[in-house]
Design a protein around this ligand. Sequence first.
Ligand code: PMP
Length: 452
Amino acid sequence: MDTFKPIKQYYAELQNQGLTDLAAISEKLYDYQKKQQELGLFSQNGFTKKGSDSAATIIGAFNVPEQDCILWCINHYLGLNRSQSVIDKSCAAIRQYGTGAGTSAMSGGMSSLHKEIESRIGKLMDKEAVLLFPTGYTANLGCLSILPGKNDIILFDRECHASMIDGIKLSGKKWIPFDHNSVEDLEDKIAKFTGKYENILVVLESAYSMSGDLAPLKEICALKSKYRFYMYVDEAHTFGIYGKDGAGYCAELGVSSDVDFIVSTLSKATASIGGFVATQAKYIPLIMWGANSYIFQACLSPGDAATILASLDEIKNNPDLVKSLHEKNKYMRDRLTRMGFDLGKSQSPIIPIYISDVQTLMTFNRELFSRGIFSVSVVYPAVKPKEGRIRLILNTSHTKTQIDKTVEILSELAEKYNIISKQNVSTDAQPTFNDYLLALTAKQEELASAEK
Ligand code: PMP
């Protein structure tokens, strides 16, 4: 049995073979995953013994009981989850406000802390109104499920995050992907659908979570002078680390006012949990009354809310935090590039090391782990089957010594596994979300052209 396939790929194969019985298919997947675990190929069930920092003790990954590692898989870009001031404010809030929120925003679950987050983010992003969601995932799910109307079409970047795709699918409206970061393809599609649909909603990310490349936001916003469309940008990987006081990449490029809906998670730079949409006040009732994930989901807890406020304070009062992240990003990228790694078009503190062959990827990552470096292998369906990678997420709390050690071990292993010469940075300008999505896309394209 070939044990190196990503489980979801194996699942698709079983379905293609006609196996549909729930218990039978589940047993096969169970056995397959168990086998991968026993062979020490499986990293996805690893967890930290005492929470995350730039280094941590990992339990259970690759079938190893316990291993001390430098950690490269956590999105706390500014390391604020370990800031004493943030922790103190969060603890103080729990003492004052209690633990859980107990219910949803519309049933009275918000406290003055939650409301303060909305007004602070509104001011920071120069938007009239902000709606706070319990997570970034459900912010996208809720907003995108309700924004498009029945005569509308959604155009989204092929690399958009699963939460956006799920929201788009949930809307049940027409949608078509455009080539990743291609202003040309987007413009062609906007031109093609202008007049055929009442509203066009363009959906993208400011920095892409699997590839670390930044969106051509200025160029896309410039299309607004020629065509009428709405823009929706997810700033999950830029909020807090780009723009003045962490206002994000739209703010850094000066295009916030052209972007109708700016969404972000609060689980990354602000070291908590939560999500938001920042927009004009007129859109709030539509989203509030339309997004089930807003109406029917309990609010983030007061401790989480206080963590966000305290993190925003840190970002504003200590600009060296963000500066240091970008300096380290440059330093690490320069070193890796000098050693021969092709980092694709990535720029943000997400650094992908591409290894196209899944077996090599898993074995490489296991050996990396045995040398004290931990990151998960990113495989299908998060990326295309042949675009597997090890994703390194840089954090301000990583020290130069940790960066140097990681780069040196990566380089040693890259030589051993011959992955530098076999680098698989896609020359295909259209990395897709997954095969399943593409199959649906073909259907949507058919539908759309049938309507012309
Ligand atoms: N959008 C993007 C681009 C993301 O990368 C993520 C999380 N990785 C989310 C949304 C979801 O955010 P959360 O995990 O906070 O729900």
